[in-house]
Design a protein around this ligand. Structure first.
Ligand code: ATR
Length: 294
């Protein structure tokens, strides 16, 4: 990897980090560290292993420590929303914060860039896909699903067919995001997932099915138009059985790593004052540290 060597910290070093518990699996230090070196920035990005009972105190200490901000990962994302001084509208709708900015006055602004990362990667990789093309089928109703559903609604997708093994979680998610005048989220039975693919323009897997060590997602793609795009947020392995099957029948396929890379962009830009690029070299650098991803 031809990156300039890491230089010493200085008194002017801009500092950010990531809170997680555990934090050892976080890809963010490597990702932000790459960009800091690529752009020759006098900055540092530090992993914080923060137990839940100490999370709020740790987050609130950012201004006193002179930090520019931080990412927040599992299990702290919902607590972060409750702990910041202000939150963006998308963070409130998603119900979680993954990016915190220390503002000029020392207050904390919380944002959620997961849906942004998903959509940016989708738009960059599937250049023919447009939000207005047709319904999206979203499998799963956890935190990742919620961020993706908000992003798809905001992008203008005409209908979101939401399915989850535990149906009531999908219903709760739809109830939280549908409004009296905008009821584009419809809930369907998990057992009917193959049927819901008819006339869809996008299929997104947000469940853990297909992840290394988990069973594959069982779904019959026969009804899915060949023009539809299939997006799997799982990235270990990069080509899940779902993506392999979709590719074989001619659908465009989107892997899960790009969402991770793109969600990091707004935080980096806010903390370090450079708009970073997602490049093949960055992908390779992050991938090299993910066992089983290739
Ligand atoms: P995240 O916040 O990462 O989205 P999560 O909240 O744990 O994670 O959600 C995991 C998703 O994978 C859920 O939609 C879950 O379905 P349930 O709500 O029914 O648990 C889904 N999932 C996990 N294992 C599954 C399986 N074996 N079959 C179907 N769905 C599964």
């Amino acid at each position: 990897m031809s990156l300039p060597p890491r230089e010493t910290l200085t008194g002017k070093t801009l500092i950010a980090g990531v809170f997680g518990w555990p934090v050892t699996h976080s890809r963010s230090p490597r990702l932000h560290g790459y960009w800091l070196r690529q752009y020759g920035i006098d900055g540092a990005y530090i992993p914080f292993s923060t137990p839940p009972v100490q999370f709020e105190a740790a987050l609130r200490a950012l201004p006193a420590l002179g930090f520019r901000g931080a990412n927040v990962t599992l299990p702290h994302k919902e607590k972060a929303l409750a702990s910041v001084d202000q939150a963006t509208e998308r963070a409130r709708r998603i119900g979680a914060v993954n990016t915190v900015m220390v503002q000029e006055d020392g207050s904390l602004l919380g944002d959620n860039t997961d849906g942004f990362g998903f959509l940016e990667h989708l738009q960059a990789s599937a250049r023919n896909w447009q939000a207005g093309d047709g319904p999206a089928v979203v499998l799963g109703a956890g935190g990742a699903s919620r961020a993706i559903v908000v992003a798809l609604l905001d992008a203008g997708v005409p209908e979101i067919r939401l399915l989850n093994r535990t149906r009531h979680r999908a219903e709760e998610l739809a109830e939280a995001l549908n409004t009296p005048t905008d009821r584009r989220i419809t809930v369907h039975d998990w057992e009917n997932r193959s049927e819901t693919l008819a006339a869809a323009a996008l299929l997104v897997n947000t469940t853990q099915l297909g992840l290394a060590g988990q069973p594959p997602l069982e779904i019959d793609l026969a009804r899915l138009p060949v023009s539809a795009v299939v997006d799997d947020i799982v990235y270990v392995p990069m080509e899940t059985p779902l993506l392999a099957a979709a590719r074989q029948r001619g659908n465009g396929v989107i892997d899960g790593l790009g969402m991770l890379l793109h969600q990091a962009r707004p935080g980096f830009a806010a903390w370090f004052k450079v708009e970073p690029d997602v490049t093949p070299a960055l992908r390779d650098f992050v991938l090299a540290d993910i066992p089983g991803a290739k």
